[in-house]
Design a protein around this ligand. Sequence first.
Ligand SMILES: Nc1nc2c(c(=O)[nH]1)N[C@H]1C(S)=C(S)[C@@H](COP(=O)(O)OP(=O)(O)OC[C@H]3O[C@@H](n4cnc5c(N)ncnc54)[C@H](O)[C@@H]3O)O[C@H]1N2
Ligand code: MOO
Length: 479
Amino acid sequence: MSAESTTPGSTPGSTRSLTEHVAAVLARVAALPAEDVGLDELAVEGPGRVLGADVRAVALVPPFDAAAMDGYAVRLADLPADGSPATLPVVGDLRPGSPPDRRRRAAGAGHAVVEGRPPAHHATGAAVRIMTGAPVPGWADAVVPVERTSTGRFVAGGPTTEREVTLARQPRGHVRHRGEDVRPGDLLGRAGDAVTPALVAVAASAGLTALPVRRRPRVAVLSTGSELVPARVGSSSPVRHDGLPDEGRAADPTGLIPDSNSLLLAALARAAGADVVRVGAVPDDADALRAALDRVAAGPGVDLLVTTGGVSAGASDVVRAVLDGDDVRLADVEVAAVALRPGRPQALARWRGVPWVALPGNPVSAFVSFALFVRPAVAVLAGREPVRPVRRTVAEAWPSPPGRTHVVPVRSLPSGVVERAVSPGAVRGEGPGSGAAGHATSALLGADALALVHPDVDKVEAGDEVDVLPLDLPFGAGA
Ligand SMILES: Nc1nc2c(c(=O)[nH]1)N[C@H]1C(S)=C(S)[C@@H](COP(=O)(O)OP(=O)(O)OC[C@H]3O[C@@H](n4cnc5c(N)ncnc54)[C@H](O)[C@@H]3O)O[C@H]1N2
Ligand code: MOO
């Protein structure tokens, strides 16, 4: 994040810039230890694992000289140098999986041992049928593709029938040479790189059976608010579906709303490469929150607690009530007003030693706060570099209230410029919809990045460049 000035806010606690709060969060986490995990497990586990150490090859790839084409292995010296054809006896048939002919290579002469046939000796040389991937005999130095020979083609599964073959030198040898791809000691991946499908495959080819990877961070997410009910189909949904003309606008009789934040944060944490423990909603009751935190923090291996809501100045702000109280389980409390819109009220602490990032409850604020503070923390725990903002040109002007970093959900157009992502309400001409409002979550639906407009800027003009934090790099290799 770029450096910026701080602006006083109404939320109690110290006032700080976005950059300062990012630093405060990251100061509380460190890379988890590395452990060796088998390639078979890594292959099916999915993305999110990061190398804890450099990885080097221990074997040659290819491990032996191998045919790159189905055809005949020959010794070039046995074929006329002017490219005219020669007829050679076919003395063997090598398939992938056949052992290399070490005995004859060591002797430096003679021909391949034919499966089921005795070795043949021909003063003028010989050819051996060879299939792609089979070891090339030590005496041979080229493979002539079958379609360039008198045989024309091989019949799959058919016997070796031809006793001789007519062929000529080809411009290419069609031999994959031992170790030409990878040699022991070659660097395959660096500490901090994401485990990719290619790395798993190359490591296997290069003689490794496991990789040193950091444990996947385990993140517990918990939302607070007595207004929250689980978003379950068929439950006592507070939304009216009575078919009245004002359906969807009717005043909700219960004051309850679906708990969308714990779903949002769980999905974001998963997309950031974490394992997730989703607690769901806890009512605005300090004892209930303390008990929920205890249940999560006492469990095995939770590396980060993330809560939403209850962090501002309201009478029922339960996170504040717990953070402001005296408790032996609580440590290192920082309550901050961050010069950020949305996402100003923030708090940090430890509960039973587990780092706790308390995000505001407004859903867009929670989303933005996750992207700015929690995703980088997950990256650090995982041993990855956090995703960094990039510069992008904006397609259209928009107002930007100065004094705070204005976070605007944007989407990238095919030309690479970005425009604001808007909510259905804004499309209808109602509501703020630009995502500037902390509650207009639907503006996030089409967003692939967050524009971070500097606190000094009061208007973004078409053609301006702004910092943009990509949202679509869930398991990025550190780019
Ligand atoms: N006097 C002040 N009031 C407020 C301030 C302030 O500085 N002084 N800050 C405002 C800002 S900015 C924000 S953001 C919110 C954040 O407050 P809280 O973290 O205490 O959030 P809540 O009050 O619990 O909830 C805010 C809003 O979001 C809805 N919400 C909460 N959790 C969920 C959930 N899990 N799923 C869906 N929706 C949720 C909640 O119902 C509220 O509408 O405070 C302002 N007030
Ligand atoms: O900052 Mo609140 O987080 O504006 O919505």
